[in-house]
Design a protein around this ligand. Structure first.
Ligand code: ASP
Ligand code: MG
Length: 407
């Protein structure tokens, strides 16, 4: 008999048919004699709808009330799933995050889990129940309802698996697992049998949004091995775990493309101490999420400071905000033109195997050169190489890189 924590996302519980499908899936595990704790998200679209209702009334609703409102989404699903399990003649009880013993800090709309006391879950399991827990929510020590940030049901699932010392943690979604690339762009993309936490984190932050990043960080910290798999079939999924020697044999685990970035170039910025600090401090204060930064070599400057071109990328939705910050600084700092473009893509290769292999960057750049793709910016980490390229050529470049490293 195993203790299993299963998490089902919004699309897996998107309507009553899907909820009944989840109930049947849970039943197959229960029939084997396993103890099952199920974490669910709100039905697809529900959280967005609730946010829309609040925003229709006020542009800046109180965060405490937003948590009160959004927590109702998951509360619908837990009750509906319990009803569906009862219809299959299984014993099942639904619990809110608070009832499940999930205690968080008081940072409304993005609370952190402080601790979990799963006493009630254990009691209910021991009485033969399937225990259904509302994802994405908890309660402060003072009894205030909180939520864990968008996509937070993943975190509830992982954290409960850790607290309950579950034998198995399964994250059910609408894809078969983690792929070497987005199969909608790269038809030859393959489902991975396993991937390391760090690779998964890089791929998630690069736009391959299979799971909430915080939940993967949490899993890494507490050593929770989990499986990402589809709720719509019985195919085995992708196991996410600490890296092994075997994993390091593969240089490139995945290729991702982020089309949600924009690039801003400041021409002829004075090359003297404190300028970059002023620019990026101001962007930070305006909550512009800056990603890559490239500064050119200085030109001129025989009599006084030289000048340099400075480029950075930021999330596309932040571009207008970024432009305003830059325009406000222009007179103060004194630089030339500002060139902004949304027509870029950030193409990245990720793999823990890069740590032990040389020449990977050179090979990637050669592949791009052979395709006539110009590289505008480069950044690297121990397990990742990213380039900014023309958006119009980005999908083509992604296929070429995937073909060379993975196919
Ligand atoms: N319902 C929440 C959201 O849409 C949490 C989740 O789905 O994981 O962000
Ligand atoms: Mg989700």
């Amino acid at each position: 008999m195993a203790l299993i924590v299963q998490k089902y996302g919004g699309s897996s519980v998107g309507d009553t048919d899907r909820i009944q499908n989840v109930a049947r899936k849970v039943k197959t595990y229960r029939d084997r004699g396993d103890q099952v704790v199920v974490v669910v998200s709100a039905m697809r679209g529900v959280t967005d709808n609730l946010i829309g209702l609040a925003k229709a009334i006020s542009p800046l609703p109180s965060e405490r009330e937003m948590d009160m409102l959004l927590a109702t989404g998951e509360q619908q699903t837990i009750a509906l799933l319990a009803i569906a399990l009862h219809a299959l003649e299984l014993q099942a009880v639904s619990l809110t995050g608070a009832q499940a013993g999930i205690v968080t800090d008081g940072v409304h709309t993005k609370a952190k889990i402080a601790n979990i006391t799963p006493k009630r879950i254990h009691e209910l399991l021991d009485q033969g129940n399937v225990v259904i827990v509302a994802g994405f929510q908890g309660e402060t020590m003072e009894g205030q309802i909180t939520t864990l940030g968008r996509g937070g049901s993943d975190l509830t699932g992982i954290a409960l698996a850790a607290a309950l010392k579950a034998d198995l943690c399964q994250i059910f979604t609408d894809v078969d697992g983690v792929y070497t690339a987005d199969p909608r762009i790269v038809p030859t993309a393959q489902k991975l049998d396993e991937i390391s936490y760090d690779e998964m984190l890089e791929l998630a932050s690069l736009g391959a949004k299979v799971m909430q990043s915080r939940s993967v960080e949490f899993a890494k910290k507490f050593g929770v091995v989990f499986e990402v798999r589809s709720s719509l079939n019985d195919n085995p999924g992708t196991i996410v775990k600490e890296e092994t020697n075997k994993m390091e044999g593969v240089v490139v685990r995945g290729v991702s493309l982020d089309k949600n970035q924009a690039k801003v170039t400041l021409v002829r910025v004075p090359d003297k101490p404190g300028v970059a600090a002023r620019i990026f401090k101001a962007l930070g204060d305006a909550a512009v999420n800056v990603d890559m930064i490239v500064q050119n070599i200085s030109h001129g400057g025989a009599d006084g400071p030289g000048a340099t071109d400075l480029s950075f990328t930021a999330d596309k939705p932040d571009l207008a905000k970024a432009r305003k910050v830059i325009d406000d600084l222009r007179r103060e700092i004194g630089f030339g033109d500002v060139i902004a473009t949304e027509n870029i893509g950030k193409l990245s290769i990720v793999g823990v195997g890069m740590k032990g292999h040389t020449g990977v960057a050179g090979r990637m750049f050669e592949i791009l050169a052979n395709e006539g793709v110009n590289i505008e910016m480069i950044s690297t980490s121990e397990i990742k190489i990213s380039v900014v390229i023309d958006l119009a050529r980005a999908e083509h470049a992604m296929k070429a890189v995937h073909a060379a490293f993975i196919d």
